[in-house]
Design a protein. Sequence first.
Length: 127
Amino acid sequence: PYQCSQCDKAFSHNGSLITHQRIHTGEKPYQCSQCDKAFSQMNGLKYHERIHYGKKSFQCSQCDKTFSHNSGLIRHQRIHTGEKPYQCNQCDKAFSQINGLKYHERIHYGKKSFQCSQCDKTFSHNS
């Protein structure tokens, strides 16, 4: 077995170890030719490239909107179903997308990322 010197994870193939070690080194050798994004694995680049080449294989059965990735379709379908799978564990408010929940959680956890340019006071929301 091939063992990672950083975290002791073991692999049966050397190539798998090399790919894994990129987690620790941050190496991203697979560069998109259309934009500045880079990836640690070839399959990440291939997945990303669908955005640029317009291949939209995933179609909504409700409104015929198409998406490059299945995850985009799943997120979109929540508009039609009203599904809100991301629930706040502090107040039970629910959201259709994880970003909505993360934005909302700032209220509870006191994360104040927005600063007023006039008085330097900080706020949890930018409004």
